[in-house]
Design a protein around this ligand. Structure first.
Ligand code: DGY
Length: 321
């Protein structure tokens, strides 16, 4: 029987390759640039599976050309780079890596929240710039985290993990979600379900955890930023286009809100220059899931989805079953 073929669109870990090699012929693009759309279409010829990353643009137009592909095994929980309805129409399965990165991403959201509130990045730069010459009573004063109100927008796995961390800081937790959580989960998280507007108006910290879709694009824009408290802090570890980036920069500059902790951007890896100019924005280069253990687990999980597919089994993490 001919061996199946897998296209790996960008560099992964040696362990991932070792896991896949016994099962298939690999076309491994072992660099960080990946493939252009045309190259991807060309390389996908004769491949049953593509191991994709968030930087691969798998639009309707591209998917229609992937006539041999049966599964796109995405190495991420988010899959807004893939037109899933178009994949379904084309008979292509799509899998992702849910669960394994929940706590790691929640840790990063909390790290950004803490850093923005207590001005860690500003302090770091201040010392490195040789500006710290004396201790003063109001040097680098920030905002308390403990006993304040955490608003979680999007209460899926990662949102819930962030809420759990809030409890450790004795925070009051508000949340907004498409659907309300079961009463026992609300009790466990001590979380109160509120409308979007109450979340915006009452939270000291707002952490965003909704998936990117046409409905959530620019979910946080001028109206929402103006509704937030003057000393509020916004954290986004979900997807960049959920927040209107130039408007956020304006809100930070004109002090509609106190600060922001941002891991994801509208046009990655380009960050809006206005945002770069904001001292009260703590920025990270889309590293929510980037711990050694978690990134390794994500690639293993994607490889396991691929292996299941070529073995004629149902991949365990399908998003369009
Ligand atoms: C995800 O998994 O969606 C992250 O954003 C990338 O690791």
């Amino acid at each position: 029987m001919p061996r199946p073929h897998i296209l790996i669109t960008k560099r992964v870990f040696p362990e991932t390759i070792a896991l896949l090699e016994p099962h298939a012929e690999l076309d491994y693009v072992a660099n960080d640039d990946g493939l252009t759309t045309d190259e991807l279409v060309e390389s996908a010829r004769g491949k049953q599976v593509i191991l994709s990353q968030i930087t691969d643009r798998l639009s309707r137009e591209v998917l229609a050309k992937l006539t041999d592909v049966k599964l796109i095994a995405q190495i991420a929980v988010g899959y807004d780079n893939i037109d899933v309805p178009a994949a379904t129409e084309a008979g292509i399965l799509v899998s992702n890596t849910p669960g394994v990165l929940t706590d790691t991403t929640a840790d990063l959201a909390f790290a950004l929240l803490l850093a923005a509130a207590r001005r860690i990045a500003e302090g770091h730069q201040y010392i490195h710039a040789g500006k710290w010459t004396r201790w003063t009573i109001d040097l680098m004063m920030g905002h308390d985290i403990h006993h304040r109100t955490l608003g979680v927008w999007g209460m899926g796995r990662i949102g819930q993990a962030v809420a759990r961390r809030g409890l450790g800081f004795s925070m009051r937790v508000l949340y907004h979600n498409r659907t309300r959580l079961a009463p026992e989960i609300e009790r466990e998280l001590n979380a109160e379900y509120v409308t979007q507007d109450r979340l915006l108006a009452e939270s000291d910290f707002i952490s965003v955890h909704v998936p990117l879709s046409e409905k959530t694009r620019h979910l946080i824009g001028e109206r929402e930023l103006r509704m937030m408290k003057k000393d509020a802090i916004l954290v986004n570890t979900a997807r960049g286009p959920i927040v209107d980036e130039p408007m956020l920069a304006r809100a930070l500059r004109e002090k509609w809100i106190a600060a922001a902790g941002i891991d994801v951007f509208e046009h990655e890896p380009t960050v809006h220059p206005d945002l770069l100019a904001c001292e009260n924005a703590v920025l990270a280069p889309h590293v929510g899931s980037a711990s050694v253990a978690t990134r390794t687990r994500m690639t293993v999980m994607a490889a396991e989805n691929a292996i299941a597919m070529i073995a004629g089994k149902r991949p365990p993490n399908l998003v369009n079953p």
